[in-house]
Design a binder for this molecule. Structure first.
Ligand SMILES: Nc1nc2c(ncn2[C@@H]2O[C@H](COP(=O)(O)OP(=O)(O)OP(=O)(O)O)[C@@H](O)[C@H]2O)c(=O)[nH]1
Length: 341
């Protein structure tokens, strides 16, 4: 595994304020600073200038700092591990994300520069009215800059929501659970690791990647996959593909023997074959929901799996907790032999 100890690098991104909110915050702070200045004993023109200059400087720094903070707390995509880079691509789009961060930088620098320029002009103002007029002009320009990057701000706000919810992965031997929707992947993760995951009787409940721990084994639950070409896969499925590609030391493929998931054994085995081809990672298959079918049916499925070259087959009921100890023992033994020194 390559992840390093760092948590999901997007967790530190700050809340993204929209133009109105950021402007309101800056104006409030500007007013506070101005009130302090008004208390000072100064000749009237000097005071008027000082009030307006401090207002402008405060507004400029609140806005510029806020935008800069977003940039500073957002990891540069190109420096991320490949898995996260690809997750950014799937979840939000790398190009749009970079472009938006560029807009933040542009706006931050411009607001800071204008703040300095207007502060200087205000210091040279000949009347209090002129100083106030310059400050108003500055506020208008900042508003219009923020309005200009409004779409990018909204984009980054949404991107942050998606990215910060990605789980944190540890540098541990990892089992990635895969299979068709509704076969019982999340139920199994929950029963094996106690991870708090959503389970529903309808497909595609799992919209992202979940993670849980079984002793020193990292278990990753992925969204359900359908048997179809890569280019037809949606963003939810692509996350499963990325987890399989970058995180898995061992793939646990779940087959729903009852077909209650809505897919036939043949369809499920076709997907299994494809995954076997696509990822050069050892596979173990768990025949699930054996509480719903008779023994002959389970044997039949087992034979079919052997026919396609699957050697490691376990029979379980995730829901009724049948065969889970054997499964645990299998993981521990397998990963100890292959990945733990
Ligand atoms: N009877 C029975 N039901 C099970 C078993 N395992 C899971 N289920 C049920 O099957 C349904 C789907 O289970 P999930 O764990 O959400 O399936 P999933 O594969 O994670 O589904 P997606 O999120 O769509 O990928 C739920 O109603 C579970 O209660 C089992 O061993 N026996």
């Amino acid at each position: 595994m390559f992840m390093g100890r760092d948590a999901n690098p997007f967790k530190k991104m700050p809340t993204i304020l929209m133009p109105d909110e950021l402007m309101a915050k800056a104006l409030r702070r500007g007013e506070k600073v101005a009130n302090e200045m008004r208390k000072k004993e100064l000749p009237w023109l000097l005071k008027a200038r000082a009030v307006e200059e401090h207002k402008v400087r405060t507004i400029a720094s609140v806005v510029a700092d806020n935008l800069q903070k977003v940039i500073d707390k957002t990891p540069p995509v190109r420096k991320l591990p490949k898995f996260y880079q690809e997750m950014v691509e799937v979840l939000v789009g790398v190009d749009d994300f970079k472009k938006s961060m560029g807009a933040f930088k542009w706006a931050s620098e411009l607001v800071r520069k204008l703040g300095n320029e207007y502060a200087k002009k205000i210091r040279a103002a000949r009347t209090p009215q002129q100083a106030a007029k310059l400050r108003k002009e500055f506020v208008g320009r900042v508003k219009s800059i923020l309005e200009q990057i409004h779409p990018e701000m909204a984009f980054v706000a949404v991107a942050r929501e998606k990215l910060k919810d990605m789980p944190t992965f540890k540098e541990l031997p990892t089992v990635v659970i895969a299979g068709y929707p509704n076969v019982g992947k999340s139920t199994l993760l929950k029963k094996l690791t106690g991870a708090d995951v959503e389970i529903n009787s309808y497909p595609f409940t799992t919209k992202g990647i979940n993670v849980g721990y079984l002793d020193d084994i990292q278990m990753v639950d992925t969204p359900g996959l359908l048997d179809r070409p890569l280019y037809e896969r949606n963003d939810i499925e692509l996350q499963a593909i990325l987890a399989l590609n970058y995180l898995a030391n061992l793939i646990l493929f779940i087959i729903d023997a009852s077909e209650f998931c809505g897919y036939t054994i043949e369809e499920q085995i076709n997907l299994l074959k494809e995954i076997k081809e696509l990822f050069k990672v050892p596979i173990v298959v768990a025949i699930n929901k054996i509480d719903l079918v008779d023994e002959n049916r389970v044997k039949e499925v087992e034979e079919k799996l052997k026919d396609v070259g699957i050697e490691n087959i376990l029979k379980i009921s995730a829901d009724k907790e049948i065969g889970l100890d054997e499964l645990k023992r299998f993981f521990i033994q397998y990963l100890r032999e292959h990945y733990i020194n």
